[in-house]
Design a protein around this ligand. Sequence first.
Ligand SMILES: C[S@@+](CC[C@H](N)C(=O)[O-])C[C@H]1O[C@@H](n2cnc3c(N)ncnc32)[C@H](O)[C@@H]1O
Length: 683
Amino acid sequence: MRSQLPVTFRINGGGKYSLAMRDRMEKDLFSKLGSAEEYVNEAGEKAAKPFALPWYPDRLAWQLSYSRNVLRKVPQLADVHAFIVRENDKGNITRQEAVSMVPPLMLDVQVGDRVLDMCAAPGSKTFQMLEAIHKNGVDKMTSGLVMANDVDAQRCGLLTHQTSRFSSSNMIVVQHEAQDFPRLQEPERNSGKHIMFDRILADVPCTGDGTLRKAPDIWVRWNHNQALGIHPLQARITLRGCELLKVGGRLVYSTCSLNPIEDEAVLAEILRSTNYAMQLVDVSDLFPELKRCPGITKWTVNDRAGRIASYEEAQKGNDPKRRSIIKRSHFPPTEEEAAKMHLERSMRYLPHHNDTGGFFVAVLEKVCEIGHDAEMGAHLSNTAARKRKEKVDGAKSNDEGDDADDAPAKKQKLEGGSSAPVPVLGREEGRRHHRGIDPVVAVTSDAVHSQLKRFYGISSSIDLSTSLMTRNLDAELPKRIYYLSDAAKRVLEADPTGDLKVIATGVKVFERQEAKDADPKNSCSYRVVQEGLYVLLPHMTKQVVTASLMEMRKLLHMRSCRKESFENHVRDQLTNPALGKGCVVLKFDPKLEASDKEEGEVSVINLNDPIFEAGGCAICCWMGEAALSLLCDKVYAAMVLEKLGGPPPQEVIDRCVADKAKAKEEMEKAAANGAAVETAVAT
Ligand SMILES: C[S@@+](CC[C@H](N)C(=O)[O-])C[C@H]1O[C@@H](n2cnc3c(N)ncnc32)[C@H](O)[C@@H]1O
């Protein structure tokens, strides 16, 4: 317990590229590390070489046998440290505690699943679930969706940042109290169906006593009342999850606490109050290399004043604090209940099992609808049970201050609405407005659609008129335009009254930027944004210039090259009058690779590398009068350049630099001549 946690990380992506990166990392980095004797950990023990966590699929999660401190200080590990920092910054790997990777694995998310992550920030588990729905590649359409929620605005920001590295259009970040997560109606309103989820993760807030190795100060602050106090919230959040789960769906409950009040007691309350519509799943055969012990069925309940034998005893006593904090659901189940519950199917991960922090995970399945007479959360407290019942029955809620008054109106609207589909994300009268959060508005302007289609030659294989949205009310002239998958759109359409507080959704595909002196018949007010290029490229028939590897490397290294600096194939395309000024996509064409090589030169690149798959290697550029310049940022350009084999040979760079210098000289000369002529005319 006193030793520091080893560094663990996951290679992001889950696609072929992540496997290629794993192989390169092993070959170029880890195999070059010296013998284990060279390194010792804090306890003076010899550290083993990095190893793939044996239970994680495809050897994509790794553990280094040293803590962050050792990694930072030992000179022989400098390359490994630099690799971890660099790849984490680039979004290729995620530093994540090993046990924290377990809940998404146990959730068993499939490509087409609709997933709700109830308490998601900062988002490492959300990221894993996104990978699961995009297992076939982020550029392949999927009906899957991840809805990630957190109550805290700032932490929602972290969540958005973390998940934006994935650029998924099948993702929605929302900000709600999970225990009151809005119930959404399927777009066909009169169907009476609600939006239900296939998979739900309830990684609930907890006291965190399992994280003692990482945060030793918890020892000092810890007391019995913390767990007693947070238990009702954990149970209510999970109960809400049960309501939103499809029959046959799976919900994973997890905490980083080993206190049974936060773990088995919460599960017992879920099973009891859903009248066993929720059941614990036996997953003991999953990931056998991952050591754990079964959940417990008996525990004692203590508060600061000592042990409490029963709920009745607490209520009879004359300690008002104890009376209010102690709930019936804190106590272990009766023997009869325990026989039905199978709490032993839940899993306790103790720090010594796998050299991790302490963690608790349980897999639940909804085996039938939750009966109307089920007293959801009855044992949490009498008031809580009444409040919940009111909510389930659809009575007015006063929890959300800013629109409480129009709740009945909204209800009527839902019930009495027409059978016509709700206008997509539309700005309807009476929609709720969340302070400080811009609404999600469909881009319906024909003028915008037609110029995008015309300039970029966007084929009918993608319907821009229904899949673009923006976050400002001026949808006629939006600044940024996002692409939304059908799966995300369907969920947003299910919220006609605007209950959802949508923090982020969609992939940014266009940003307003106009070319100076452009031909008005062949120009566009929007440029393509790199993060959304993979969505558009397969549908673009114009403004795409193909290039060999060397030309790509040249531009990525130089950031801006004069048109004359490119070899004929690229130059001809750039000077073709059909190509409009402004945004141009430079795309690697493997067919050009052979012709690009000088005699005897050996290709540095493996053309089977997954980066060269559809749309994998294309960059957004800006074409002005004389030059082509990169639009993507330096970090991104460096990343692509590295994947393509690094900077071009020095003589290629020298040629570009000389070209630029010559052009500058000529411009200066022309300017000076112009000035001389002007002076002559004036005198
Ligand atoms: C254990 S952390 C979640 C970690 C996250 N799942 C991950 O893997 O990165 C718990 C989160 O619950 C959030 N939270 C606390 N109370 C909440 C509530 N009532 N509803 C929703 N989220 C809540 C906290 O802001 C915190 O981000």
